[in-house]
Design a protein around this ligand. Sequence first.
Ligand code: PNW
Length: 479
Amino acid sequence: MPKNLKSSNKFPDGFMFGTSTAAYQIEGAWNEDGKGENIWDKMVHTHPELIKDSANGDVACDSYHKYKEDVALAKALNLKFYRFSISWTRITPTGEAHKINPKGIEYYNRLIDELLANNIEPLVTMYHWDLPQYLQDLGGWVNPIIADYFKEYAKVLFSNFGDRVKWWITINEPMETCKGYSFCNYAPYLNLSNTGYYRAGHTQLLAHSKVYHLYNDMFREKQKGKISISINGMFFIPKNVDSEKDIETAERANQFERGWFSHPIYKGDYPPVMREWVDRKCKSEGRPWSTLPTFSEEEIKLLKGTADFYALNHYSTRFVTNGIDPNPNPNYNPDAEYIISVDKSWPVSIAPWLIVVPEGLHKLLVWIKNEYNNPPIIITENGYADDGRLNDLERIDYIKSHLYATLQAINDDKCNVIGYTCWSLLDNFEWMDGYRYHFGLVNIDFNNPQRPRVPKASYQFFKAIVTTGILNDSVSPTS
Ligand code: PNW
């Protein structure tokens, strides 16, 4: 934790503060008003045992019915924007754009209008992991045709909401989507190894580029919005900073983690180190082709330059050294050949993966600046997990130290960070972990059918920063 903040503790004028949620994690109403089944509905209903406590998102925060309360909470925080996602199967129940569900359109119109009436800008994610089940039955993201379905879905969104929505995220964390096809981390809970992993990534990149060009060709001139894709991942730092090998390994790990989706968008193709390592490994295994697919020249052209800002989701950092991990963790790609470790002094949250390393965020912002020519960056997710307590001092420390790291990147390194989004406004359904981990600034009692919303200490803390644009010691009771 920064104990004595320096004088440069003010965020730049116009800096945007927001909070984030996602449809499946908060909405509930899984089968109401014509909504179709998605891959999460299917998995939680057919295989409840896969989820902690057999939990599901059937009701979740009931935001489908209580969205006005959510907007009021965002309003009282003085947020500039609210990031939420649209449930694909509310709009088109099968994922096919010729069959639109008018009640789905109406719901998001109500939500968007409520936000704007309260002076909060919507920042809308088109896809936060809830693929229509019909499209999964066609193969899901490993089938390239899904990119065209996604484009047609996006056309429905731009046509219906683009007059009022000026900030779009096509896909949330494409790398996590891929884990649903390779390591059984999420729905559709498949284990197609790295073939599924890279194929799902390839289709998502093409889907993103198609939507970006659709916007340019048909909507941008009139609607004047901005589009990006939220790219997540750990940041990797060399365990031994004096070791050339560790430095090289950390760079390779970062390219496999973040370059995988950023490099095609900023530079036109997969990172060269990823191409080289995956191809070599596949060859050594006697495979007839590489598991990492290839873009055509035309696709490379279409991919390059398809982000109006860099949308970064970030939570944690690891040390790396070169080598093959004897205890491989499915969250880390074995093709990249690195071994992770942690510093014992780093605090660990209730979620074992969420280890608190604010200097990692600072270093990561500088890495993005150097790698992609200083793009405007919006941190579209950052947040902390606990048991849902109201006096959430650890969350305050986490947000405070990560905002401080952001200020250091802005002030000391001239990184062009223009916004920060806290994950999440509300405690919600945390995917395979059910309701065991809580990320909200607002507590929800999931045993109470009314789903009462109670702001936590961190809510008041965040409100003070959002309102003043200043991070100082007085905003935190723990400093
Ligand atoms: C994000 N990691 O996922 C998602 O976008 C949210 O839906 C989710 O609730 C939130 O973070 C908290 O988990 C992540 O391995 C997936 O570092 C993986 C990682 C971080 C976040």
